[in-house]
Design a protein around this ligand. Structure first.
Ligand SMILES: C[S@@+](CC[C@H](N)C(=O)[O-])C[C@H]1O[C@@H](n2cnc3c(N)ncnc32)[C@H](O)[C@@H]1O
Length: 277
């Protein structure tokens, strides 16, 4: 067995610390969104000093010194860029938006026309997901193969992800809103870059199409394509009915309405089920 040098050992320990504290990156990002830091920097013209952030953000006066540490951390993570003045004076440090944090700016006209992804990012970091991932080791050890524990999410919450979303109206609404923001973002690129794909179609069904955001964007960009959305009943019940797209309540594993094309932009269904479809 080869012995490991002190330098390598210390490096290995540092790596472990980075992994163990990795969740702090997520939590700092969550904090930035909840405080509205991307919006504040955007309103300052795309770059802001600490005094400008203190004036714009709801941070208690006694906690202001901590904000500079959070900004340093977020800058090291690439969420914000940082320019330090030559004299090193802290009040002269300016933080600016990066490509990633521009996607967290709520004002669409100011974020380069992109949809804002803040709701989606916050959804990924809900305690509901953390609770499920914290049960991963116990779930792997457990011999119980009852349907109730098919996934770590089911083991933690007693329901499938979509079962939970239908049971908890507040979480369901957050989830649909977050998916809608992702769809707005993806649809912008899809209709701009994939025109030829839609050229020969007269109808399309978006299976698991959420609140219909993607289908609406397709219909608006390609009016010759009649779009419908197949969704679980609780999602159809809450969907905005503006007549642009038709909603069909059902289970895509059982039935998909006939159309020239099927759009499938879904996660959280296991691979075997997706292959069935
Ligand atoms: C990850 S979300 C994606 C929503 C939308 N396609 C988008 O990209 O914004 C998956 C969607 O599939 C729906 N869904 C899940 N299982 C389904 C099933 N068996 N039949 C129909 N819809 C389903 C969920 O309600 C959810 O809205």
């Amino acid at each position: 067995m080869t012995s490991t040098g002190a330098g390598e050992l210390l490096q290995a320990e540092a790596e472990l610390w980075c992994h163990a504290f990795g969740y702090l990156k997520s939590m700092a990002l969550q904090c930035a969104i909840k405080l509205g830091i991307p919006n504040a920097i955007h309103r300052c013209g795309g770059a802001a000093s600490l005094p400008e952030l203190h004036a714009a953000l709801p941070v208690a006066a006694s906690k202001r010194p901590c904000l500079s540490r959070i900004m340093t951390f977020l800058s090291a993570s690439g969420i914000f860029g940082v320019e330090t003045p030559e004299d090193g004076e802290v009040t002269g440090v300016r933080y600016h938006l990066t490509a990633a944090s521009r996607l967290l700016v709520e004002d669409e006209s100011g974020s380069g026309g992109h949809a804002c992804l803040s709701q989606l990012v916050l959804l990924i970091m809900t305690p509901i997901h953390f609770r499920a991932s914290q049960s991963l080791a116990d779930w792997l050890k457990d011999e119980d193969d009852a349907a109730a524990a098919e996934t770590p999410f089911m083991a933690a919450h007693g329901a499938s992800f979509y079962g939970f979303a239908s049971r908890d109206a507040e979480f369901g609404a957050c989830f649909n809103e977050a998916m809608g923001s992702d769809s707005r973002f993806v649809a912008e690129t899809m209709v701009r870059e994939c025109g030829p794909v839609f050229a020969g179609l007269t109808s399309l069904v978006d299976a698991g199409g959420g609140d219909g955001t993607t289908a609406r964007a397709i219909t608006r960009a390609f009016p010759h394509v009649r779009c419908s959305v197949l969704e679980l009943p609780h999602v159809v019940d809450a969907a905005p009915a503006d007549g642009t797209v038709e909603f069909v309540a059902g289970d895509m594993l059982e039935f998909i309405p006939p159309a020239d094309a099927v759009l499938l932009k879904v996660g959280s269904l296991n691979n075997a089920r997706l292959i069935d479809i």
